[in-house]
Design a protein around this ligand. Structure first.
Ligand code: ZN
Length: 242
């Protein structure tokens, strides 16, 4: 089975469509939250996810756009974007976001899906070996798929220790019985220095995970953001992947 894993799409339909166009045939599409926020097309992104039958969880920006208290921890620009999203999205989008669970375990208990971390699904950044160690007891599957940091990363148990590995584009990782956190990076606002959309493919037959990038029309997303009155700084950062 081939499973595509995307995260942090952030209302960037140009980026999501580039990813969908480059995936090839997959058996499932999983998304790890932050469907909306920052970007200009919340309704378009949710329409697309519904059309392709994506299965996934809620992020802090999805919570904020629906009036949740995640907005309390936001930067001023993120808060402006959350308020813009809340005012502009339609009822279908709002119902979709509200209905996203905080945690899922598809595939016969091999994978746990959360946005942040298993012990704090909406809010925690799982980006250190300490955080990984502390979260190992908070899920029971072999792998835990996380987003939220916008940086592709593997944190894996190796002989009683946790090893962190930053993941470049086109990286392939063999997976086995060792428990691991796998982060696909971000589709709509990458922060690892590469501006193209990041995602992950799990091949269960080959027992391998690969990280891929899809180039997209960044200028089109930026123009739509500025046209919508979203903060220019949020548009500019897309050019740098920061
Ligand atoms: Zn995010």
């Amino acid at each position: 089975m081939r499973i595509a894993v995307v995260s942090d799409i952030h209302s960037n339909l140009q980026a999501l469509d580039a990813v969908l166009g480059s995936l090839g045939t997959v058996d499932a599409l999983w998304q790890l939250g932050d469907v909306v926020g920052y970007g200009p097309e919340p309704d378009g992104v949710v329409d697309r996810l519904r059309a392709v039958g994506a299965f996934g969880v809620k992020g802090n920006h999805d919570d904020a756009a629906c009036g949740g208290e995640s907005v309390d921890g936001f930067t001023p620009d993120a808060r402006i974007a959350a308020e813009w999203t809340r005012a502009r999205m339609n009822e279908t989008t709002r119902a979709y976001l509200i209905g996203l669970p905080e945690r899922l375990e598809p595939q016969g208990g091999e994978y746990t899906l959360v946005h942040g971390s298993p012990r704090e699904p909406i809010g925690e950044y799982l980006d250190t070996t300490d955080a990984a160690r502390e979260n190992m007891a908070a899920f029971s599957t072999t792998y835990c798929l996380v987003g939220h940091t916008h940086v592709p990363l593997v944190l894996r148990e190796e002989r009683g220790q946790i090893k962190a590995r930053l993941v470049g584009p086109e990286t392939r990782l063999s997976i086995d019985e060792r428990r691991a956190f796998l982060n696909p990076g971000s589709v709509g606002q990458p922060r690892d220095g590469h501006p193209s959309a990041s995602y992950m493919l799990i091949d269960t037959d080959a027992a391998a995970v690969t990280w891929q990038r899809a180039a997209y029309d960044i200028g089109a997303t930026q123009a739509a953001m500025l046209g919508a009155g979203l903060p220019p700084r949020l548009a500019r950062r897309l050019s740098f992947g920061r």
